[in-house]
Design a binder for this molecule. Structure first.
Ligand SMILES: Cc1cc2nc3c(=O)[nH]c(=O)nc-3n(C[C@H](O)[C@H](O)[C@H](O)COP(=O)(O)OP(=O)(O)OC[C@H]3O[C@@H](n4cnc5c(N)ncnc54)[C@H](O)[C@@H]3O)c2cc1C
Length: 363
């Protein structure tokens, strides 16, 4: 039996997809070069901004069943992948799969019921959400305001420390021999070009530029998301909490070192300018209603970024061969589901690298 070939592969974009792929391809023994337009330390990727919830149940209410199925598969892969990554690189990436909780203020209780009904309509008997009363909420999250008399517990959900993940993936890929270049933008149109690299030498070029691929992917759009980072040791939360409100849905996710990230629903805009005052006030007041002790939390960061999405909000992997006979693979459109879908998408992408590009890749 022949050993699988060692291919030379250049990856454009060191966000979530690019770094995960660089690590997995290096593990598989390929010669990887990872090229980032900006700097590694000051990432401008959506992955750096993200809350990094892995939430198949919450997402299926606003997306297709396929997203749930892929998300459930990723939920199984993440702990295995992180175990392997943590062997290579410390400190470990904090990952928790203790579910998430949805709450609403008493006047908005119908939002919870609507969510539960939507979930049942989508999932039928696969709907594992269960109702919580005030006592059960307090048992799971003692620091959640006592005013929440009812909630929903979604058991099959998790979250991870995205920033440590990005750091560790890069270091692990480098340890395995990947060459990692910053300030090294790759463009694909009119033909592949990088000022720091001769791209003609690679068997495969992989486009993981997220929203940065817009110049060559006209169907791609950016969907704005805004987040606020705070720090306080006065409040402890064990899992992501979603606050259901008729106008906006807010989430708060605990991060290591007494930090929390809070964000709201998305905005259909490609504006990457800083957060508005209104958004900051809404996010801050929502935190305060979850627990008044958040009033003394320190604001660490306000951030806004664009989620890369296609018109149908579904992710895509496309393989072609260019006139030089090189394989071109594009992985994009992970939208608000990057962490939810990435392991599944990467597994699918890896199936293309078992051989040199062939006409079959021209799909
Ligand atoms: C506010 C917010 C909250 C989110 N929360 C969640 C969540 O809770 N759960 C979840 O699953 N998903 C979430 N997401 C979505 C998730 O972050 C994205 O789906 C994911 O990051 C997409 O991964 P990507 O690698 O395709 O793009 P990115 O992570 O954006 O990475 C793209 C990289 O390519 C680089 N690049 C661009 N152009 C070039 C070029 N020409 N050459 C070289 N490099 C280039 C960029 O600088 C960047 O580093 C959130 C996103 C946002 C904005």
């Amino acid at each position: 039996m022949h050993a699988p070939p060692c291919l030379s592969i250049a990856i454009a974009g060191a966000g979530l997809v690019g770094r995960l792929l660089a690590w997995r391809l290096s593990l598989a023994g390929h010669r990887v070069t990872l090229c980032e337009r900006d700097s590694f330390a000051r990432s401008t990727s959506a992955a750096h901004t993200a809350a990094a919830m892995i939430s198949p149940l919450s997402e299926v209410v606003v997306s297709e069943r396929k997203i749930y199925d892929m998300g459930m598969a990723s939920l199984k892969l993440w702990p295995q992948w992180l175990e392997a990554l943590n062997l290579l690189q410390q400190p470990p990436v904090v990952y928790a799969a203790q579910g998430s909780i949805l709450v609403a203020h008493p006047q908005d209780a119908s939002e919870l019921l609507q969510f539960y009904q939507d979930l049942s309509a989508q999932l039928g008997t696969d709907n594992t959400a269960r109702w919580l009363d005030r006592r059960e909420i307090a048992q799971l999250e003692p620091d959640l305001s006592a005013q929440f008399t009812q909630g929903l517990y979604l058991p099959d959900e998790g979250h991870l420390d995205n920033r440590q993940l990005l750091t560790n993936l890069l270091a692990a890929a480098q340890k395995l021999g990947a060459r990692c270049l910053e300030q090294a933008a790759i463009e694909f149109q009119p033909k592949p070009y990088c000022s720091k690299l001769d791209l003609s030498k690679f068997d495969w070029l992989v486009d993981c530029r997220g929203f940065g691929a817009k110049p060559s992917q006209e169907n791609l759009r950016g969907v704005r998301g805004e987040v606020l980072w705070v720090e306080t040791s006065e409040v402890r939360l064990n899992r992501p909490i979603r606050l259901m409100h008729p106008r906006y849905k807010l989430y708060i996710v605990p991060k290591p070192q007494h930090r929390f990230i809070i964000g709201a629903t998305e905005i259909e805009s490609e504006d990457r300018s800083p957060m508005s005052l209104r958004s900051m006030l809404e996010l801050g007041s929502a935190l305060y209603t979850l627990n008044p002790a958040f009033a003394e939390a320190r604001i660490l960061e306000l951030d806004a970024n664009l989620r890369p999405a296609f018109w149908d909000n579904l992710p895509q992997i496309d393989a072609t061969i260019n006139s030089r006979g090189q394989g071109i693979l594009s992985i994009n459109g992970l939208y608000r589901h990057g962490f939810l879908l990435a392991p599944c998408m990467i597994e699918e992408a890896l199936t293309h690298f078992t051989s040199c590009p062939t006409p079959d890749d021209n799909n």
